[in-house]
Design a protein around this ligand. Structure first.
Ligand SMILES: NC(=O)C1=CN([C@@H]2O[C@H](COP(=O)(O)OP(=O)(O)OC[C@H]3O[C@@H](n4cnc5c(N)ncnc54)[C@H](O)[C@@H]3O)[C@@H](O)[C@H]2O)C=CC1
Ligand SMILES: NCC(=O)COP(=O)(O)O
Length: 336
């Protein structure tokens, strides 16, 4: 990596606020070269709708430093059907995935140092006949990574998830000793190598109310979670739990935890988004590439209105830059 990381930004579902926040990015200075993947005509149409004077230039091999002077470096990806802010069109779903593939391949070949994703709409991609549960799972599959971990940062905390986009009825059976062991290994490894935390302390939630109340309110803690925590403690990991989820995120624990592991999506993300919505970052751990994302969705209700806040996208780009630098430094021999 050159001293200026090259970050690819996928603009996401074109009917949503992805294009809005990408246009707004042109007016923010950032310590990186940024390449926005989007249909260039759709980007200009959205800029006009927002009343912003956007200039674009085509991506060559390295973008220039992103100075916030109203210009964006764009890698043009053709969108097949007309884009209407706020109105989904299943004909554009393949375009959304095409941008992800281009960014992911670019990260794998070293063309880009990281990718940052604007939101996609999971429902419309499925309506197009493409099974899709989220970027996290899609990037795991397309990089042939058997397991990854979704973690969000914001509001002074990091919250990782033992399960992601599955129905609540499937959560218990999806948490096995093997999956939980692997999740904690990935989380522990990436806290050290991507976040520079020497000896991470991880607070782990139980699945049931009161962490099962000694088996009277559920036995996943006894059968699955606590045996895994004990085994990993004997490997040297600093793990606290399994703790009741309702008091897991107390101020005292917040001050002592490097990360929390929640057992399912809304057990962890409700707390994190309450504390930081609009500034949070979603990061996929365990991938061979660096991927961060906004914490929000497509917000169809405000697309094209000018009300989309760019805070989470900026935080996601800053984190991608930080990780890109950390990974370069950790690859540079200390005595060189
Ligand atoms: N990273 C991603 O690709 C994500 C995608 N989604 C997808 O987005 C779609 C819509 O999800 P929802 O649950 O409705 O959540 P949402 O985040 O799109 O919207 C929730 C509320 O927050 C507001 N909001 C969201 N982002 C905002 C921003 N940047 N500035 C100002 N207001 C903002 C919206 O207007 C809405 O009122 C779903 O298909 C979901 O799967 C959701 C979360 C992340
Ligand atoms: N709740 C997070 C979310 O829906 C985004 O997931 P992903 O697309 O980053 O996998």
């Amino acid at each position: 990596m050159s001293s200026l990381p090259c970050i690819a930004i996928t603009s996401g579902e074109p009917a949503g606020i992805g294009l809005d926040v990408c246009v707004k990015l042109a007016f923010q200075a950032l310590p990186a070269g940024l390449v926005v993947l989007a249909d260039i005509a759709a980007l200009h149409t959205r800029a006009a709708q927002l009343g912003l004077s956007l200039k674009t230039y085509a991506f060559a091999e390295r973008p220039q430093a992103h100075t916030g002077d109203g210009r964006l470096c764009v890698l043009d990806v053709h969108v097949p059907a007309p884009v209407v802010a706020g109105t989904l069109n299943a004909k554009n779903s393949a375009y959304v995935l095409n941008m992800l593939d281009i960014a992911r391949e670019g990260c794998q070949t070293g063309r880009f140092d990281a990718m940052v994703t604007a939101p996609v709409h999971k429902g419309i991609i499925n309506d197009a006949g493409i099974a899709f549960t989220g970027h996290t799972e899609y990037l795991a599959e397309t990089t042939h990574t058997p397991q990854v971990v979704m973690m969000l940062t914001g509001g002074g905390m990091r919250v990782a998830l033992a399960t992601t986009h599955i129905p609540l009825t499937q959560v218990s059976s999806a948490i096995t000793q093997a999956s939980l062991t692997s999740t904690l290994h990935i989380l522990h490894h990436d806290l050290i190598h991507k976040f520079g935390i020497e000896k991470p302390r991880i607070y782990v939630a139980g699945l049931n109310p009161h962490a099962g109340e000694n088996g009277y309110l559920g036995d996943e803690e006894i059968k699955t979670i606590n045996p895994v925590l004990n085994a990993l403690r004997s490997e040297g990991m600093d793990l606290v739990g399994a703790l009741p989820a309702d008091t897991l995120f107390s101020q005292k624990n917040l001050a002592q935890a490097d990360a929390f592991l929640a057992m399912y999506h809304d057990q962890g993300l409700t707390v994190l988004k309450h504390a930081s919505f609009g500034e949070g970052v979603n990061v996929t751990l365990g991938l061979p590439i660096t991927r961060t994302s906004v914490d929000h969705g497509t917000a169809l209700d405000i697309a094209g209105s000018g009300n989309a806040d760019i805070g989470s996208l900026l935080s996601a780009i800053h984190l991608a830059i930080e990780i890109a630098h950390k990974q370069t430094n950790s690859q540079t021999p200390k005595h060189a």
